[in-house]
Design a protein. Structure first.
Length: 234
């Protein structure tokens, strides 16, 4: 089960704890690209785990402008904060066709109260999220446009490699240039210009959404990228 795989990657769980997870009532739902899973202000009764595809979390300004605050890939728990906060304060949207596993908050809350090692796994997941958010604030606030794009590409490549979904040698970007712009505070035109600059400098090669980082060490320098904040070995 994908939820068990996720939680056991975050903490060593006993057979009894795994059996408790297996006892949870679960449902699986498919979504088309662009569909919204969670909306700001929505009262939430279920948490969800992304089983297949890619998603993002985002906030909307009063003028409709979108700020993407995180990208997510298969294996990510998308809204574990709703175990304690039942009203959504942001939106969760799939950016490709996706499959999502839902589990009731009430049942899951009862399980983690009885099984503190499961709670510890979830706490680690929240701490990793917080670490990534801090890096994103730094990326948008203090890095120039080319560094922002390079850093986002490095992070995505590293996370895909850790999840077995690709490597810096070859990966597919699921997000559009508009998505990348909304994540980095740039226009689509500026995103395209920075991708072209990285290609011309020989650090990446691209064909459509196919990306190859030609020089990983140089790319990390261009991006000011240090993967420690991702805690991939945690």
């Amino acid at each position: 089960m994908d939820l068990i795989r996720k939680l056991t990657s975050l903490n060593n769980l006993s057979e009894e704890e795994i059996a408790g997870i297996r006892s949870l009532p679960l449902r699986v739902q498919r979504f088309k690209a662009g569909a919204t899973i969670v909306s700001t202000g929505q009262l939430i009764s279920e948490c969800c785990l992304l089983v297949e595809g890619f998603a993002c979390r985002h906030k909307l300004a009063s003028d409709g402008g979108r700020q993407i605050v995180s990208f997510h890939l298969a294996g990510d728990i998308l809204d574990i904060q709703h175990l304690l906060f039942e009203k959504a304060d942001h939106n969760v949207q799939v950016i490709t066709d996706a499959q999502v596993l839902f589990f009731p908050m009430r049942d899951f809350r009862r399980l983690i109260e009885d099984r503190p090692e499961i709670a510890k796994a979830l706490w680690r997941d929240c701490l990793v999220d917080a670490s990534v958010f801090r890096e994103w604030v730094l990326n948008v606030g203090r890095r120039d446009a080319k560094m922002r794009i390079a850093h986002m590409l490095c992070e995505f490549a590293a996370r895909c490699e850790a999840a077995g979904l690709g490597s810096p040698n070859q990966f597919t970007l699921p997000m559009t240039q508009e998505d990348i712009g909304d994540a980095t505070g740039l226009t689509s035109v500026h995103v395209n210009r920075m991708l072209r600059a990285l290609s011309e400098e020989g650090v990446i090669e691209r064909s459509g959404r196919q990306i190859r980082i030609a020089d990983w060490e140089r790319m990390k320098q261009v991006a000011d990228f240090d993967p420690d904040y991702l805690h991939l070995a945690a």
